[in-house]
Design a protein around this ligand. Structure first.
Ligand code: SAH
Length: 338
């Protein structure tokens, strides 16, 4: 991995953009983070909402069935999940919706996954279900679609720009000695610089991969009808600071160390996603508001009824983790085209 990034830097006159660095660190076909590792879970690097509690998937199942009704109960539609991790969310959705046969029989399941290691886990989790896997969303069947993405957009590579003394700089990656890397700021030529004038030290993060993805999703649900539910940690108003982070075995690490074995992400700029939409109504809520409005409290109370004391305290603590601890940093973007 180090040799590969060194070579990239050499080929590019001594520096590469942050997005090129992230692309290699996460997606390099041999050494990329997502290629080899089962990253999610206690033994991995991070935990996600579907792994915390079944309540998450159950509430999302309610949203999906509600959305299917709004779409006029199409007799065939695709449920498409981007970055399904261990497959737990889809598994929970299948479990809850199976008994509603007119809904269930109209649904076909499509998973978009780059990681061979996670595909293997998904195949095991979903061995009793009919599911197809894809590299990207370009070749999905042309029929109404409902997209799901939980903690998918945060992984897509970003570029970083800094405003200093009235000028724009780009944060790029350079070599430091034979085995280390540095961030170095390069002044942008005026043609490439942002017009906006900010304050000293203000950082902007831009992610063309996210914009391309949301546009593609919008095209799909515009031409076929459909909806999308995008959940991630992120903000609506700009933070003007770096949100780049790297996590390994549940601890923050240096982004430029352990490359290929740590999860590198940034917060998602939800207003940038919203601004990229052309035809679609969009709503952005906190995860807390979303989970409450689709019945997490009622669902939790039902689970409590049949639980012993130990289970009760676990249900309560995972409920609070989803609605309180993660409740406001995580946002939910809802798109609907009917
Ligand atoms: N949604 C899951 C996993 C989140 S981790 C959960 O909530 O538990 C991010 C997931 O996205 C992983 O499955 C990862 O392999 C996948 N992924 C990351 N970048 C991708 C890309 N560009 N295309 C397809 N899948 C990607």
């Amino acid at each position: 991995m180090l040799a590969h990034i060194h070579e990239l830097i050499n080929k590019n006159q001594g520096s590469i953009s942050l997005s090129d660095f992230m692309s290699s660190a996460l997606y390099h076909e041999k050494y990329g983070y997502y290629m080899n590792k089962v990253s999610i879970g206690k033994d991995g690097d991070f935990i996600t909402a579907p792994e915390i509690s079944q309540l998450f998937g159950e509430v999302i199942a309610v949203w999906i069935m509600n959305t299917w009704e709004k779409l006029g109960k199409p007799p065939r539609f695709s449920l498409v999940e981007l970055g399904p991790g261990k497959g737990t969310l889809i598994h929970d959705i299948i479990r809850v919706t199976r008994k509603y046969s007119s809904f269930f029989d109209s649904m076909s399941l499509h998973l978009i996954e780059v990681s061979p290691a996670l595909r293997k886990v998904q195949k095991q989790t979903l061995k009793d279900a009919e599911v197809s896997w894809h590299e990207d969303i370009d070749n999905l069947p042309e029929q109404p679609m409902i997209f799901l993405a939980n903690e998918f957009f945060d992984a897509l590579p970003v570029d970083q720009f800094v405003y200093k003394n009235g000028e724009w700089y780009e944060n790029r990656i350079t070599k430091q000695g034979d085995s280390n890397f540095n961030f170095t700021q390069f002044k942008l030529v005026p043609e490439l610089a942002m017009r906006e004038k900010l304050f000293d030290g203000a950082v902007l993060e831009m992610c063309t991969a996210r914009i391309d993805m949301i546009k593609k999703i919008e095209e799909k649900i515009h031409s076929n009808k459909g909806a999308a539910l995008i959940i991630d940690y992120g903000y609506i108003y700009p933070t003007y600071k770096s949100t780049l982070q790297s996590i390994r075995q549940h601890k923050y690490t240096d982004v430029l160390e352990g490359i290929g074995s740590s999860d590198i992400t940034t917060l998602v700029d939800f207003s940038a996603l919203q601004n990229a939409l052309k035809y679609t109504d969009c709503e952005i809520l906190t995860q807390r508001e979303f989970l409450y409005s689709f019945g997490i409290k009622e669902r939790m109370q039902i689970l409590m009824k049949n639980a012993d004391n130990e289970q009760k305290s676990r249900i309560l603590s995972t409920f609070l983790r989803l609605t309180e601890n993660m409740g406001t940093l995580f946002k939910v973007m809802l798109l609907l085209n009917i």
